[in-house]
Write a protein that binds this ligand. Structure first.
Ligand code: GLY
Ligand code: MN
Ligand code: MN
Length: 436
């Protein structure tokens, strides 16, 4: 992402803030895995969205209209010894020269400098409850300033939810964001295709997970956007199955929900197919039903339609299909009204997608489903889950969980499927699996 794009975002946010206000955004804390081993550091999405700065221990401050400096970045001071162990850090010069800060101070001076910046402000834009250390310090600074206020100084009184403004900005993806998301989806698509070719009975679920991760990592996407779900047979019916440690059996289906993260943007793709590469009649019946539901849902992705229209279309198709297969009884209006399909399709048809896999942005505005607009990115992922032992369902349909998930961007004309390179029809999948 270009440095000017981060600047544009900061300006856009500052335009929505009134004079006399200040925004404070910390990056994510580093987290310990065990003893002195850390998880790989991942900056906070809101923080990175505005700064492009990926070192830990940093706080961004925005003060619209401030003459000397509107954007101040607190970050680690240069430390030669630390740099020898951990590599170079931007320091205060780098923050200004390479990251476009108007001014920068060592993070160790935060307690001394930031309260002075707060003193003349009446509104603080801040996401309370996300960083307990900074929440605590901020409340201490405010208490101190208030006690001074009694002796005549103005005090910052109001804390405004920063999320509201920032998350609305993040919901509309720019051209360069969509380009990064497309790259992420392409890398994941290649990995999904490779897994399809590798898959065979007798393999372990984690072996396919490794194939997926390897394929992404050698293209530079070393992190996954979330923990992969690789479930064979009945495991495919567990929505958040991540053990991935069972053997894949001939005659079973495999559900793989996996997506890499690239430059802090997520992909999120699911495919389901037979472990042995050939759909049985019963598997094909259920699969085609979910595919029809997914295609019907995608057709509803267009400007002017609201958030829930893809879900409504998916639900209707699935309920109709389940009635036809005899898995649901009664009439369609009754199945929809009583939501009897929810026993087999219990989740929603998608979510916003972006820097976070379940990305930010409201789904409703003033109590109404939000209208889809160009630049919004979402997943479309209906499913059907029939665990073993489900009473009243023929045995041939049991032990099968199916989800088909694509990443979609709303365009002026309708939609663009970022993950369209992954085989999806029965013929495409069977043909991909035969390619060894
Ligand atoms: N992989 C998480 C999801 O599909 O929402
Ligand atoms: Mn998803
Ligand atoms: Mn997913």
């Amino acid at each position: 992402m270009n440095i000017t794009e981060f600047k544009r975002r900061r300006k856009q946010l500052m335009r929505t803030m009134d004079k006399n206000s200040i925004a404070i955004l910390p990056t994510a804390p580093e987290s310990v895995r065990n003893r002195d081993v850390h998880y790989p550091f991942r900056p906070d999405s809101d923080f990175y969205y505005l700064t492009g700065f990926d070192e830990p221990e940093a706080v961004a401050v925005l003060i619209p209209g401030r003459k000397h400096a509107e954007y101040i970045l607190f970050c680690r001071a240069k430390d030669e010894t630390k740099a020898m162990w951990d590599g170079p850090m931007a320091g205060q010069e780098g923050a200004v020269e390479d990251y476009g800060a108007d001014d920068s101070f060592p993070i160790s001076d935060l307690d001394e400098i930031l309260p002075r910046m707060l003193e003349e402000k009446s509104r603080i834009f801040y996401a309370m409850g996300c960083n307990s250390d900074l929440d605590h310090r901020l409340s201490e600074w405010i208490t101190k300033i208030k006690s001074k206020a009694r002796s005549g100084m103005q005090s910052p009184m109001e804390i405004v939810e920063l999320d509201h403004y920032l998350h609305d900005m993040r919901l509309y993806k720019s051209r360069s964001e969509i380009s990064t998301m497309r790259k992420a989806a392409n890398i994941s698509a290649t990995a999904h295709k490779k897994v399809m070719r590798k898959c065979q009975p007798g393999m372990m679920e984690y072996q396919l997970e490794s194939e997926f991760r390897h394929s992404c990592a050698i293209k530079g996407a070393r992190q996954q956007a979330y923990t992969s779900i690789v479930g064979g047979g009945n495991n495919s019916c567990v929505l958040h199955y991540i053990e991935n440690n069972n053997e894949l059996k001939d005659g079973d289906m495999l559900l793989i929900d996996a997506g890499c993260e690239l430059d802090y943007y997520a992909s999120d793709i699911t495919r389901t197919y037979p472990v042995n590469g050939k759909f049985s009649k019963a598997q094909a019946e259920l699969y085609q039903l979910v595919l029809d539901a997914q295609l019907a849902a995608i057709e509803q992705v267009k400007p002017g339609n609201h958030w829930n229209q893809p879900h409504d279309a998916a639900v209707k198709t699935i309920a109709k299909g389940l009635l036809k297969l005899g898995i649901l009884k009664g009439t369609l209006p009754n199945a929809l009204k009583k939501e009897t399909y929810r026993k087999y399709y219990m989740h929603r048809t998608g979510h916003w997608l972006g820097m976070d896999v379940h990305d930010v942005g409201d789904y409703k505005v003033d109590g109404q489903w939000r209208e889809l607009e160009p630049g919004m990115a979402l997943t479309v992922e209906p499913g059907l889950y029939i665990p073993k032992g489900t009473r009243g369902v023929p045995r041939k349909y049991q032990g099968i969980g199916i989800r088909i998930e694509d990443d979609v961007v709303v365009t002026k004309e309708g939609y663009d499927i970022l993950s369209k390179q992954v085989p999806k029809t029965i013929e495409e999948i069977e043909s991909q699996m035969q390619t060894k």
